[in-house]
Ligand binder design. Structure first.
Ligand SMILES: Nc1ncnc2c1ncn2[C@@H]1O[C@H](COP(=O)(O)OP(=O)(O)OP(=O)(O)O)[C@@H](O)[C@H]1O
Length: 339
């Protein structure tokens, strides 16, 4: 009986018919399960051409049967992208904020890493065209590989697959994307990336409540929105507008992350609230997912390119970030998914 690894290795030799790149590089092998003599293999293809699919299926069947003598269930389907989400990606989570600079990217990066530490396959898309900071926070400024037909191969860092609008320009330069171009291009950027099989795709959204946010929320089936804010009236006003936008698009809001909520004295553990003037009420029906401290180690980790969750630390900030990932995993567990 062939080993699972040998079956997987076959797809290093088999090419996706449209892009002419091997299946494993494109992350298109979705499942290989070997149960006693029964083998189940699921492959997604980019091509929509029926003849190409049939030819590929025949080629794959022959290659597998040359090393596996038991029964074979081979499923070859088109990797579809659209309002139903991205095939192969189980859950899409948007990390959004009404205002810029409140810690949205910090939360998105640590949420991605946290979910990965919990055992999930995670992708992270930096869609913040106005200030793409994910490459800095992950410590990787490499350019993604551009495939035929303008498909993109995500980069790998700290156990997660990621791609950033920032990878398209040189560090320090701004992207010159205007108005209506932005939303269409962003959507294309998300859906033309070969993510492969993911439990979670985290999208670090551009801040605000404009055309780009509306397009992504309406065109991509999302499983949850995490809203990030600081505890200040100026930021909360924008969060209320963001809630309205996502609710109108029927994107489920998982809750709010209250970032820079308090500060913990490293000497005595005392908590102070430098940004809060009075407790701000949560909008009706919206829960708080986490209250993250304003902490030197969070900003330092972001600048160092190694997320705090991957650093040796017993800080309350790290514990709060891990608890946030656990909370998001719980709220999006399969039993709670819409049928
Ligand atoms: N809880 C925190 N404690 C200390 N520093 C923080 C915290 N959260 C974020 N920061 C720092 O604040 C800065 C802005 O954070 P970040 O880039 O995550 O915000 P953003 O909302 O994504 O901003 P933008 O909308 O401009 O992309 C970064 O330097 C980050 O390290």
């Amino acid at each position: 009986m062939a080993q699972r690894a040998a079956i997987v290795a076959l797809f290093d030799q088999l090419q996706e018919p449209k892009l002419k790149w091997n299946i494993n590089t494109l992350n298109l092998l979705q499942e290989v399960t070997l149960h006693e003599q029964h083998l189940r293999v699921v492959v997604h293809l980019i091509t929509g051409d029926r003849q190409q699919r049939i030819a590929f299926e025949e080629q794959a069947r022959q290659a597998i049967q040359a090393i596996h003598t038991g029964s074979l269930e081979l499923i070859v389907a088109q990797a579809q992208v659209g309002t139903e989400g991205i095939q192969g990606v189980k859950r899409i989570i948007l990390v959004a904020s009404g205002k810029g600079g409140v810690g949205k990217s910090t939360v998105a990066v640590n949420l991605a890493v946290g979910l990965n530490l919990l055992g999930h396959k995670v992708g992270l898309m930096d869609a913040d065209i106005y200030g793409p900071s994910v490459p800095t926070m992950l410590g990787c400024h490499d350019k993604p590989q551009v495939l035929p037909h303008e498909y993109l191969l995500p980069l790998q860092r700290h156990g997660i697959r990621f791609i950033s609008t920032g990878s398209l320009v040189d560090p320090g330069k701004a992207l010159d994307w205007r108005g209506p171009l932005v939303s269409g291009t962003l959507l294309q950027f998300i859906t033309k990336t070969c993510w492969g099989e993911l439990d979670y795709l985290i999208i670090d959204m551009p801040p605000g409540t404009g055309d780009a946010q509306l397009t992504i929320a309406s065109k991509l089936k999302t499983h949850g929105v995490v809203l990030v804010t600081t505890p200040q009236e100026v930021a909360w006003g924008d969060v209320r507008r963001a809630i309205e936008l996502f609710q109108k698009q029927q994107a489920p809001i998982l809750g709010i992350v209250e970032n820079m909520n308090h500060q913990v004295c490293t000497a005595c553990g005392h908590q102070s609230h430098p940004l809060i003037h009075s407790q701000l009420p949560l909008p009706p029906g919206i829960v708080s997912l986490a209250q993250l401290p304003l902490a030197h180690e969070i900003s330092q980790a972001g600048d160092a390119g190694v997320p705090l969750l991957l650093q040796e630390s017993s800080s309350p900030a790290k514990a709060a970030l891990l608890a946030l990932a656990q909370r998001v995993a719980q709220c999006t567990a399969p039993t709670q998914e819409p049928a």
